[in-house]
Design a protein around this ligand. Structure first.
Ligand SMILES: [Zn+2]
Length: 221
């Protein structure tokens, strides 16, 4: 690796670890949960990733390991979820894949799992997803069954990745989101987690019509 490539690699690794630290600070990667990758080389595909089982709150650019196209690394223990990161990078052309284990994403993935998706519509924050220009857009975030067989899971979801809206949920597990680079992937994971939190909190309130029924009076405003 030449000096320039080495520097580019370090800048990318620092950008990725800054994203990991920010997502950890929000409580999206507690207990070594979640995993995060950035594409180092496209052909053959090589990813910078956090090694398996490390505390995501303290992982540094020097801790990241380079995972080759076969899912191996000479630099440390590869996460079982690396196969899903590789599948997403290959199918979508993503430059970074960020995978969170948030409380609200987990709750909603179970509540809506039987429908197979959760609809996000009417929110200004939808415009934080690349290609969306209006709050009226309807984004159906897929929810797919979880598995401990990550190779099998990657094979099952691959045909659906190109049409997924920059992300999907695994039921009872968490969110995968991606972007053309680390900056965009971080925006997408923050936007999707925000929208999931809004959906979660909105579900706790009765609709105006339900209030009328409950009280026998017309609801204000
Ligand atoms: Zn996970």
């Amino acid at each position: 690796m030449g000096k320039t490539l080495e520097r580019e690699g370090m800048a990318l690794r620092q950008e990725l670890t800054a994203a990991i630290a920010a997502l950890y600070a929000r409580g999206y990667a507690l207990g070594t949960g979640g995993n995060f990758s950035a594409v180092a080389d496209r052909e053959p595909l090589r990813l910078w990733m956090a090694p398996s089982g490390v505390d995501k709150g303290t992982v540094t650019a020097e801790d990241l390991i380079l995972v080759d196209e076969d899912g191996h690394s000479t630099m440390g223990k590869v996460s079982a979820e690396a196969s899903l990161h590789r599948a997403i990078a290959l199918a979508t052309g993503a430059g970074a894949v960020l995978h969170t284990h948030s409380v609200l994403g987990t709750v909603l993935s179970m509540a809506h799992g039987s429908a197979g998706y959760i609809r996000l519509q009417g929110y200004e924050m939808l415009k934080g997803l690349a290609g969306i220009t209006t709050h009226t857009a309807a984004v159906d975030l897929p929810i797919w069954p979880n598995s401990q067989d990550m190779e099998g899971l990657a094979a099952r979801v691959t045909p659906h990745l190109a049409t997924a809206p920059w992300g999907f949920l695994l039921a009872g597990h968490g969110l995968y989101a991606w972007g053309r680079n680390v900056f965009e992937a971080r925006r997408h994971v923050e936007v999707l987690e925000f929208l999931l939190a809004v959906r979660y909190h909105a579900q706790g309130y009765p609709s105006p019509s339900a209030e009328v029924t409950a009280t026998g009076r017309e609801a204000d405003g």
